[in-house]
Design a protein around this ligand. Structure first.
Ligand SMILES: NC(=O)c1ccc[n+]([C@@H]2O[C@H](COP(=O)([O-])OP(=O)(O)OC[C@H]3O[C@@H](n4cnc5c(N)ncnc54)[C@H](OP(=O)(O)O)[C@@H]3O)[C@@H](O)[C@H]2O)c1
Length: 312
């Protein structure tokens, strides 16, 4: 291990982006990182351990961490030498899709407990050490849904908007302590995330939802969502590469979108600060011109367009 290696703690490494990132950093040819790859259920650690290969036990260790538990966070940090975390990656997250009327408040609160308060809990735990050392980097796996709302993703998008506001605010104060914040905003990523969501929503009945809304969700949203993932979806490997680049930057950016193919959709929001261009266009595409939307997605998936965004 290089003497200058940085300790990187990543939440949610049982699958997807967290697993890929943990492996990529642990296998860094320059051995710049000592990775603490965490997951809430250690019974799921085999896939990560197999992917880590020779890095396991050298530049990668696996620890239990449930971002919804103060006790679990404290236990995990107590296993890190000196309790020192140089880079924190808030990756753990859960999704939620469906008509609002059919979702319970408890289900919505679980999304905020994991996606928002889970990240806040970890930051509160590592921040005093980073401030003392006057050094640190906090990376947050947000989403393009932290920048723009998406139909039937109301609560998930709200949890990511909350992260964006929280960490942008914190970034100003933390500059004073030489601590950087980076919000990474993937578009659709082909991980278990989408599979879990589609399974949940296929089984769910959404009681109390009117027939029109249910039909928009099942007959319009679900098929188009599948098409979006197939056409512009990135691999967790690609997203992890972008995050690894952000982590290695000397002056890490506050925001990085990972998916070049999604940029035309996110541009609809930035082009018109009033928000009406984005809401009107997506409404028309979904409800009036779904075939045009499908065609557009197929054009975006054309192989000549770059897939990844590289932070400068
Ligand atoms: N996939 C996408 O399209 C997409 C797009 C934009 C942003 N993102 C974001 O990317 C991040 C990673 O998601 P992914 O796509 O890699 O999906 P994933 O494969 O489902 O990974 C999510 C990870 O979070 C973990 N997790 C959930 N609740 C937790 C808790 N209370 N404590 C600790 N870990 C917990 C999961 O553990 P279990 O295995 O125990 O459930 C899993 O390891 C999430 O923040 C997600 O919002 C995903």
């Amino acid at each position: 291990m290089a003497s200058e290696s940085q300790t990187v703690l990543i939440s949610g490494c049982s699958s997807g982006i967290g697993l890929e990132l943990a492996v990529q950093l642990a296998q860094d040819p320059k051995k710049r990182y000592q990775v603490v790859a965490t997951m809430r259920d250690l019974r799921k650690k085999e896939t990560l351990e197999a992917a880590a290969g020779k890095a396991l036990g050298k530049t990668l260790s696996v620890e239990q961490l449930d971002v919804c538990s103060d006790e679990s966070v404290a236990q995990c940090l107590s296993h890190i030498q000196g309790g020192q975390v140089d880079v924190l990656v808030n990756n753990a997250g859960v999704g939620l899709v469906g008509p609002l009327e059919g979702l319970s408040i408890a289900t919505m609160q679980n999304v905020f407990d994991t996606n928002f308060f889970g990240a806040v809990r970890l930051v509160k735990a590592v921040l005093p050490g980073m401030k003392r050392r006057r050094r640190g980097h906090i990376v947050v796996v947000s989403s393009v849904m932290g920048l723009q709302g998406v139909i039937f993703n109301d609560v998930y998008a709200a949890s990511k908007f909350a992260l964006e506001g929280f960490f942008e605010s914190l970034a100003i104060q933390l500059r004073q302590f030489n601590i950087f914040i980076s919000l990474v905003e993937p578009g659709p990523v082909a991980t278990e995330f989408e599979g879990k969501l589609l399974n949940q929503s296929a089984l769910a009945e959404f009681p109390g939802t009117d027939p029109d809304t249910l039909s928009y969700f099942r007959d319009l949203y679900l098929p188009l969502s599948g098409e979006l993932f197939r056409s512009v979806g990135q691999s967790p490997y690609d997203v992890a590469q972008v995050i690894a680049k952000v982590i290695s930057s000397t002056r890490p950016p506050l925001r990085t979108q990972t998916n070049a193919r999604y940029l035309p959709l996110s541009a609809l929001k930035t082009l018109s600060p009033s928000g009406s261009l984005y809401v009107r266009t997506t409404h028309r595409l979904l409800f009036h011109w779904p075939r045009l939307l499908s065609l557009g997605l197929r054009c975006l998936s054309c192989g000549c367009l770059p897939k990844r965004v590289w932070p400068g």
